[in-house]
Design a protein. Sequence first.
Length: 585
Amino acid sequence: MRLCALLIPAAMAAVTPARSMADQQMPAPVEIRVRAAAGDGRDDSLAVRQALGECRKHARPVLVFEPGRYDFHAGAIPEQGGTAIVVSGIHDLTIDGRGAELVFHGITGGLLFQDCRNVSVRNLTIDWQRPPFSTGVIVAAAGRSFDVRVFEEFPVQGGEPVQAFMDYDPATGLPVRGGMDVYYGVSCTELLEPQLLRVHTVNPVRLSPGSVAVLRHQVYSHNALVFSRCENVMARDITIYTCPGMGLVGNRCRDITLERFRVKIRPGTRRYLSTTADATHFSGCRGTITLRDCEFEGMGDDAVNIKTGLYLIVRELLGTDTVLAQHNLKIPDAPDPGDVLEVCHTDDLLPFATVTVKSARTLEDNVHRLAFDRPLPEGVRPGDVLGNASRAPRVRIYNCRVSRNRARGFLLQTRDVIVEGCHFRDITSGGIWVMTEVVHFFESIGTSNVAVRFNTFENCNYGGPPGDAVLCVFAYLAGFRYPPKPGVHRGITLQGNRIRGSDSCGILVAGTDGIRMLGNTVEDACRRPHRPEGSAAIYVTSTRNAIIRGNTVIPQRQGEGFADALRLGPGNDEGTIDIRGNRGF
């Protein structure tokens, strides 16, 4: 019978390895095999669901797939709310794919883990049968429309939504330098003839026939792997080729480790894109997030975004100890009782007080009613923002590679961070940004104790759209302004990094108190600056207590727009900036 599960106690193994004292006190793991026939083309959702039901009966279940392909169709289990595989409240679980490939059909999430402790997922490949984007050659462009001869492996019928689109250079397979990068700018699509799609846009477009268009029909919300309020998560030896959203999301988890986790363009295809959004995204976690020996290629957004959560704007003061607060985009992000929130004015983002949450209740329109354990500090006013300092996970990232993606490599918006020995290549915006912002997404928090060392950046920040620098430590205030004062970020080290190629700065620092820039090398920077400060290989503003030593910026090896090796902008405490032993300054 197809829908059944086979239980194999580990004690049945012919040879049992020696077990530690700790292991001897734990029940033996029990294998539960998904009894679907691999590669038969039938939907396997119910088979996996039944196997997970068997897992609940055991203390250390191991859910096993036999090698081969398994298919999952959107809506096969309607009560699972738009996700094909849901794992809720199963602890000490291992899912071992043993090389299996999970292929999803339609707009659906892949795997969702909720409230699980000690969960491991390994040895899997994840893909979508019909990618959530289309690729083809632009054959005409005029005013507010353009025509795309869509490759046959991306069947289109007309009427498909396009939530974002970009143009790519067919010679390099990279986004066109300074090309189009448009979100939510398509009014409709129509089919002119088989596989010839006309895309109608809200605004005029500047596209060249012969370029390749990538049309993202779905960008966010349907992710390959999601861990929500889980503890001690391991994802190892997993490859994701695409999904209609992010590759892996960790939301309010404690301790997540990724080893040999890969998000890649599927070899032998004309996809040009892997995931439509971030490869990985972590929000509101605790403990430690570790990424080791991972590879990220061709995403529609960042490779790694790690944030403490979202700034909540104080909308109204209710008495002496209660406020109404809401995110800028009305995204829910209520703190938990006991969480410590930092209070900042948005004109400088410097924390001037902390409050401890006594209770939190979400009201209509995702307004959060927050009560605190004592009266509000003096100076709190409507318009201030609250950042959650209790959800600032440690981060350790080693020997990871990022290439060919739109947007940034790593966004680091947390505290106690080490990034070491990573390689970034052909990225349209920055390589690593240590940041926070109150411009659009309102992602928090001001960082501290961050070390970015011995990394290599090649041809980053080249457009579509470009960023401020390859390696940044900064904040964006309203209007994309930098902080006027030091202190948003504290205790930063940038050491031994090598930067080759940037349209603007190689390194930019703004709003920092305590930074060491030691032994970094910048070459071929300032090729096409889009802001005045972009003509400096290294730009420092609103900073104090800086040590800038042993760095190399040879003027003759920089781009056409180069003016200065190092430029000190406004707002610095120059008496606390130590500049010595640099080459080419």
